[in-house]
Ligand binder design. Structure first.
Ligand SMILES: NC(=O)c1ccc[n+]([C@@H]2O[C@H](COP(=O)([O-])OP(=O)(O)OC[C@H]3O[C@@H](n4cnc5c(N)ncnc54)[C@H](O)[C@@H]3O)[C@@H](O)[C@H]2O)c1
Length: 262
């Protein structure tokens, strides 16, 4: 791949585990200096230590992506430590299985606050820092197949991921004049702790009978015939952080094994 992420300073939110940890590890292997930013600071510190032990450069910072002051502090601390911010991954997100007619106002607000508002805040605050630096930058948001299709057991989650796609398109148009690109990637079914939680919820609601039935049922339509792991997504996320993707903006690149073809 042309270009590089060597020495680029990259924040990845929600990177203590799961997809975010995979994004950060791959970037660090490629020479980036990464900030493991997560609500769970202990877990973030363990992930940062693992990267450092493998020869990479990483620090951990606690953050709640839905709180603007805390996100500003995250960016401030990153710049104090590494001198600048080149790439921002707004990846932190939560999900919930809930039949359409049972989604409550609180369910909707909780998911939108982190997945929707969190991405708006992360995009705006990263962009403000990049504008001050005057060298452009890249902002990469985690969408989903749920940002392209509505699923009956995930209406509020889908709404939040459609919001991620909409914020990305709007931001790409707003920030191009500052040489800031804004893109999304869209995973399908990734075997992380998030799916352990969804699997439990399917069983608690009587929608499935045994462990892993939910993830297996949901994965029947994957053209490549298997669920993914975070490593499967990292090629696309690292590409989006590389100079090789400099002419890409406003797009959602699907990394879903062929679940949604648009
Ligand atoms: N796993 C999948 O199948 C899948 C598919 C498509 C999209 N996604 C999206 O990928 C992203 C990561 O998912 P994952 O499967 O790795 O989930 P995960 O639950 O394994 O990890 C999410 C991480 O985000 C952190 N987090 C949660 N709320 C936060 C907040 N308010 N502020 C900061 N950090 C917070 C958690 O502590 C955790 O470390 C999410 O946006 C999710 O919606 C996941």
């Amino acid at each position: 791949m042309s270009g590089s992420v060597k020495n680029k300073v990259v924040i990845v939110t929600g990177s203590a585990r799961g997809i975010g940890a995979g994004i950060a590890a791959d970037l660090a292997e490629n020479g980036a200096r990464v900030v493991i930013a997560d609500l769970n600071l202990d877990a973030a510190q363990r992930t940062a230590s693992k990267i450092s032990s493998a020869g990479g450069s990483a620090i951990a910072i606690g953050v709640d992506v839905s709180d603007r002051d805390i996100v500003r502090a995250l960016i401030g601390e990153t710049v104090s430590h590494f001198g600048r911010l080149d790439v921002m991954f707004n990846n932190a997100g939560i999900s919930q299985t809930c039949p359409f007619l049972e989604v409550t106002d609180d369910d909707f607000d909780r998911i939108m606050k982190i997945n929707g508002r969190g991405v708006l805040i992360g995009t705006q605050e990263a962009a403000k820092q990049m504008i001050v630096q005057r060298h452009g930058g890249k902002i990469i948001n985690t969408a989903s197949i749920a940002g392209k299709q509505g699923y009956p057991l995930f209406a509020h989650y889908c709404a939040s991921k459609f919001a991620v796609v909409a914020i990305t398109q709007a931001a790409a148009r707003a920030l191009a004049e500052h040489k800031i690109t804004v893109s999304c990637f869209g995973p399908g079914v990734v075997k992380t702790e998030l799916w352990d939680q969804l699997d439990r919820e399917f069983m608690e609601r009587g929608l499935t009978e045994k462990r892993e039935q939910a993830i297996n049922d949901f994965s029947q339509s994957i053209l490549l015939g298997r669920v993914s792991i975070p490593k499967d997504i990292a090629g696309v996320t690292t590409f989006l952080a590389f100079d090789a993707s400099d002419y890409v903006t406003g797009q959602t690149i699907m990394a879903d094994g062929g679940m949604v073809l648009i």
